[in-house]
Ligand binder design. Structure first.
Ligand code: PLP
Length: 466
């Protein structure tokens, strides 16, 4: 399988190349040249497999001959062996129609672990084949940073520089990053929002002064390998609920449009998905884009679901590319317009293509709290604020009562204690596996929201390409 850029002019790469490159050199995102397709019989044949085996079977067509099936299976077993639940992503029933897919049983308590535990191993595997070094530069609204740092701390040939918006991540999120003292881990608190941090990271990928000296790699969901790993749990959940004979809908708390795009990929591969419900908080650029065609950047409002406090959804570009006829030149022009004016209109093809599978809903703070309370009092389940926004959308999407609706439970409630305690009156406890997080030493540096300062900091500490 090879990978092409959504903006049409970067060279095509194989899976290993796309994994190490992150962002394409023309500013676009890598996508597979075509979608592998599983027949109904092939999908039925996946039922009942252990998660690591299912993961190998779903991912092999994307990996191609960059990894043998045996090697890929070794890596998925190693990655998912670190999860605290044998099912890796267990399904929990809430009522006759509603289900939760618990994606937070990894080491850092959010769904980002599902992809990043594997991505850390893929980096190590592909770097081990040459003598280059990788400089990972990422921006985090909290969960990507901790999951990526856990996945690469102490690994050879990799340095990681993680930017988070100062004061806008939870204490648990920050400590999960800053208490990792391995010498290849560099935490940077920057002045500004997540979008500001993400814009600096994207700029570094296109800054020849940096890319000539360093191989800059990505752990954000602009990295295709992350989305690929997330496709697996859509299959896992749907198979348990009767796919391919029965359709399933998914409600997905969304920020950068990565997780829900993985659902789109599952549908493209043949999984019968009734609907993908994009759930946003008041930072609702995606809800507006999907319901009116107007993709225009608002200002970011901090909420109790900080991992969704995003107004530029990087992976939306992958959807626009695919439903818009895969015309890289046209999309490059459309995105240049967006970057210049912070607004764009979707084309008719893009609107109709998206509407065929996606619905959307927005939850404000009260609706989020009400969803946490409903799950707690009616179903005995404690859910986090992000999951609650997904559940609100699941309830309001008007899905046929005969179709099961699975809300992706993207974080453990103990990661976001304040909002959960306010809604339920109970303080959710951290699972024992995170240990003495609040007693450990923290290490981080504060930098201004200025690209030059960040680039200088990275350049002074990163290892050159080769
Ligand atoms: C990252 C994150 C999201 C948003 O996921 P995207 O792939 O960016 O859409 C939602 N919930 C939690 C808890 C997250 O960490």
């Amino acid at each position: 399988m090879d990978y092409v850029s959504t903006r049409g002019s970067a060279p095509a790469l194989d899976f290993a190349g796309a994994t190490l490159a992150g962002l394409a050199s023309d500013g676009g995102l890598y996508v597979p040249r075509e979608w592998p397709r599983f027949s109904e019989a092939e999908i039925a044949g996946l039922a009942g497999l252990p998660y690591a085996e299912l993961a190998q079977r779903i991912m092999q067509p994307f990996v191609g001959d960059c990894l043998t099936p045996e090697r890929l299976l070794e890596l998925t077993r190693k990655a998912y062996g670190r999860f605290a639940h044998k099912a890796v992503t267990p399904l929990v029933q809430l009522d006759e129609q509603q289900w939760l897919l618990e994606l937070f049983h990894g080491p850092t308590l959010a769904f980002k672990d599902v992809a990043l535990q594997l991505l850390g191993l893929l980096f190590e595997e592909f770097l081990g084949r040459g003598d280059g070094n990788l400089t990972i530069v990422g921006a985090t609204s909290g969960d990507t940073g901790s999951a990526a740092i856990d996945a690469v701390a102490g690994r050879a040939k990799i340095d990681i520089f993680m930017l988070h918006p100062r004061g806008r991540v939870s204490d648990v999120q920050r400590r999960q990053m800053t208490t990792v003292l391995a010498p290849n881990v560099h935490n940077i608190a920057i002045e500004g929002s997540f979008d500001d941090a993400q814009a600096m990271v994207k700029r570094m990928f296109n800054d020849a002064a940096m890319t000539d000296r360093f191989a800059i790699g990505a752990v954000n969901s602009i990295n295709w390998a992350r989305l690929m790993a997330q496709v697996v749990y859509y299959f896992a959940a749907a198979l348990q609920l009767g796919a391919p004979a029965r359709k399933v809908a998914f409600a997905v708390p969304t920020g950068n449009f990565g997780d829900v795009f993985a659902g789109y990929v599952a549908a493209k591969m043949g999984l019968p998905i009734e609907r993908l419900i994009v759930a946003t908080n008041v930072n609702d650029i995606l809800h507006r884009a999907l319901s009116t065609g107007d993709y225009s950047q608002g200002t970011v409002t901090p909420t109790a679901a900080p991992s969704m406090d995003i107004q530029v959804s990087s992976n939306f570009e992958r959807l626009l590319f695919d439903v818009g006829g895969r015309d890289g030149k046209a999309l490059a022009a459309q995105m240049a317009g967006f970057e210049a004016t912070k607004a764009m209109q979707l084309t008719n093809a893009q609107r109709e293509g998206a509407a065929a599978l996606f619905s959307s809903a927005r939850a404000d703070a009260d609706e989020m709290s009400a969803a946490i309370r409903w799950a707690f009092t009616e179903c005995g389940e404690t859910i986090d604020p992000h999951t609650a926004i997904g559940l609100h959308a699941a309830h309001t999407a008007g899905i046929d009562p005969a179709v099961p609706v699975v809300t992706l439970a993207t974080a453990h409630p103990a990661k976001f204690t304040e909002a959960v305690t306010a809604a339920t009156g109970q303080h959710p406890a951290l699972p024992a596996r995170v240990g003495d997080l609040f007693d450990r030493e923290e290490r981080l540096v504060d930098l201004p929201g200025d690209y030059g300062a960040v680039a200088d900091y990275v350049a002074a500490r990163a290892s050159p390409k080769a």
